[in-house]
Design a protein around this ligand. Structure first.
Ligand code: PRX
Length: 633
């Protein structure tokens, strides 16, 4: 019996118990099933005070040998990636494990040829095409640290991320297609690089046949470089604690931070969680709809499925183009068995009516998954009834960029599942709920701040270049715990239900933004003096962005000013962070010490006007009346 597989409730109970009582033996057995170039000397050393967490100390390995090389003898001819293009009339691509291996080795040699060495940072800014996966794996193969930036982020965001980790090379493409829209990608990189000194080379994949401006001495074509190299590339022997990747994510303060994951623990945890949560079977076709630019794409589109030797679907387009039946058509077309998507997508397809989903068969589906934000009961039931036909278990997986992989979730069809509840912790995960005093609440049927009391292999190691920021953000609020930033309930059976963020982070369509980050972007707009941003419940996106903005003078043409603000947010962050509502105000509710009372603004945005709380401590209580009177519905 493999130490990795859990297929019954009893096996779950047994695994969970062992993971608590003997965590080191527990993880050691699982890690032993992977390919290591050198076995570890010690399983774990940790303290959450610094924090310092090290797994599989002294071990050497390479994640790509586990994703590719070890599958070649058994599954060389099996499809590794099915790529579904944006336009359904274009041909899908199927790439076998052997072909993927060859492409990755070739591209690894391209990176080496272009001066990239172990430990160098490489920024990947690409559309959803197989070459994105190839680029990621090639970095990992030679020990370069990849920093993938979602292709919806603006030039300024790209520049900030490149500069923060001093990337030496950028991998990109000419352009991207999303639904009816095409847009430049290389042009964004060109704009970003005006601010970046560290980049000496840009490799451009020719996706759309465009002819972007190529800067001589800096920019080279992917295809011409690939012709210069052969396909022999030995995988770098990575220390288990060497960095594998950096992924930037938003927090409640300052600019996005570079979450760092390391090689050994991440590899172990991805294969383990992927197989068990989705109850993987041989020959499964797995489709995760997330973009590789987010952690879900890293862990469960690229690494998890390839580690497990499954077939992973990569989709270039959007759920609503050419019509709202696209997801369902793709499931039938590629006979997808496991489908993993976000509540925001489910809600938007729900809003498009049930006909689209009813016109597809969906008979290949066996397991459904949800990720990124709380799934409301209505969406859960619709997903269960119309997509799963009430025969596919739904896994509601709670986790974060910082946790690397799924933390709390049912195991499909094996452990207890309840609408809108993530469920039980996975083996090895020790969640706690804390009260306002930071004390552990032991009983069930309670609500509190969600924290984790023991390390797991794929947890965040540091925030790139600023370890103190990691300590303060995650390990300082409640001493001795990793604090998630989420609030949660635990029902009478011990199942967890995630309520949402308790910090100044807004989750829009499953994407994280800090309120401070959006405010900074709004404040760059020329007539804006100050702004305050809060989240509010949004039918489709989960949360919408509501901005309260003070201008130099009362705007004559508020629409024009709104456009300027959109423009500013698009420039600083990207269109994905555009406020849904902008209200111009003459003042903000501030305490005498100048702190904005966001609690009041949140209530106004939520339309909960009957209970605004005590406003007497405000510097100017009258501003609240004006804000309420002019609120945007
Ligand atoms: O608030 C939680 C929410 O998404 C946050 C993490 O965002 P990010 O790092 O971008 O990763 C998203 C994909 C893993 C969490 O702090 N979240 C994630 N999954 C769920 C969720 N909220 C409720 N239920 C979930 N299943």
């Amino acid at each position: 019996m493999s130490a990795i597989s859990i297929n019954t409730p009893e096996e779950y109970q047994k695994a969970y118990k062992k993971s608590i009582e003997q965590p080191e033996q527990f993880w050691e057995e699982i890690a032993s099933e992977l390919l290591w170039q050198k076995r570890w000397d010690k399983v774990l050393e940790w303290n959450f005070a610094e924090p310092s967490v090290k797994w599989f100390i002294g071990g050497r390995m390479n994640i790509t040998e586990n994703c590719l090389d070890r599958h070649l003898s058994q599954r060389g001819n099996q499809t590794a990636i099915i790529w579904e293009p944006n336009d359904p009339r274009d041909k899908a691509r199927k790439i076998t494990y052997s072909e993927l291996y060859s492409q990755v080795c070739h591209f690894s040699n391209v990176l080496l040829r272009n001066g990239v060495r172990k430990g160098d940072r490489v920024c990947i800014y690409m559309p959803m095409i197989p070459e994105l996966t190839i680029a990621v794996l090639a970095c990992a193969r030679i020990g370069a640290i990849h920093s993938v930036v979602f292709a919806g982020f603006s030039a300024q965001s790209v520049a900030d991320r490149i500069n923060d980790s001093q990337c030496s090379l950028v991998i990109t493409a000419d352009g991207l297609r999303r639904g009816a829209r095409q847009s430049g990608v290389k042009t964004v990189v060109d704009e970003a690089l005006k601010q970046c000194q560290s980049v000496h080379r840009v490799i451009v994949f020719n996706h759309l046949g465009w002819e972007p401006n190529m800067v001589s001495g800096r920019d080279v074509w992917w295809h011409t470089e690939m012709q210069q190299v052969d396909g022999d590339c030995k995988a770098e022997a990575m220390d288990a604690e060497d960095m594998l990747f950096i992924l930037y994510t938003s927090g409640s303060t300052g600019k996005p931070k570079g979450v760092v994951h390391t090689c050994g623990g991440y590899t172990v945890y991805m294969e383990y969680t992927f197989r068990n949560v989705f109850q993987l079977r041989e020959k499964d076709v797995f489709w995760c709809t997330a973009d590789v630019g987010w952690v879900t794409g890293h862990s469960y589109l690229v690494y998890g499925p390839l580690l497990a030797g499954t077939t992973t679907v990569m989709f270039e387009g959007i759920p609503t183009w050419p019509d709202a039946g696209r997801f369902w058509q793709v499931i039938d077309k590629h006979q997808v068995n496991i489908f993993y998507t976000a509540p925001t997508a489910i809600r938007s397809l729900m809003a498009a009516g049930v006909d689209h989903v009813l016109s597809a068969s969906l008979s290949s589906l066996r397991v459904l998954g949800s990720v990124g934000e709380p799934i409301n009961e209505e969406a859960w039931h619709w997903y269960n009834l119309h997509v799963g036909k009430e025969r596919c278990p739904i896994v509601d997986t709670w986790w974060q960029t910082e946790t690397g992989g799924i933390m709390i979730s049912s195991l499909a069809g094996v452990t207890a599942s309840k609408p809108s509840h993530a469920g039980n912790p996975l083996p090895g995960i020790q969640p706690v709920l804390l009260n306002n005093q930071g004390e552990v609440i032991e009983e069930n049927g309670v609500e509190g701040y969600l924290a984790i009391r023991f390390p797991w292999p794929s947890m965040i190691r540091t925030t790139y270049g600023d370890h103190e920021r990691c300590r303060v953000n995650y390990f300082d609020t409640y001493k001795g715990y990793y604090f998630t930033g989420d609030g949660a309930k635990r029902d009478e059976h011990g199942l967890y239900r995630i309520i949402g963020r308790v910090d100044d982070v807004i989750n829009v369509s499953g994407h994280r933004f800090g309120t401070a980050e959006i405010e900074n972007a709004i404040n760059q707009s020329k007539h804006v003096v100050e702004s305050a941003v809060v989240g509010y419940p949004h039918d489709i996106k989960g949360q919408g962005i509501y901005a309260f903005v003070i201008c130099e003078v009362t705007p004559d043409n508020p629409e024009l000013l709104r456009e300027e603000i959109y423009e500013s947010v698009s420039r600083e962050i990207g269109r994905i962070a555009k406020p849904d509502k902008i209200q111009f105000v003459s003042g903000l509710p501030k305490t005498r010490s100048g702190k904005i009372m966001r609690r009041i603004l949140r209530k106004v945005a939520e339309g909960e006007l009957s209970n605004l709380g005590d406003t007497s401590t405000l510097l100017d209580p009258l501003v609240v009346d004006q804000i309420v009177a002019e609120r945007i519905l």
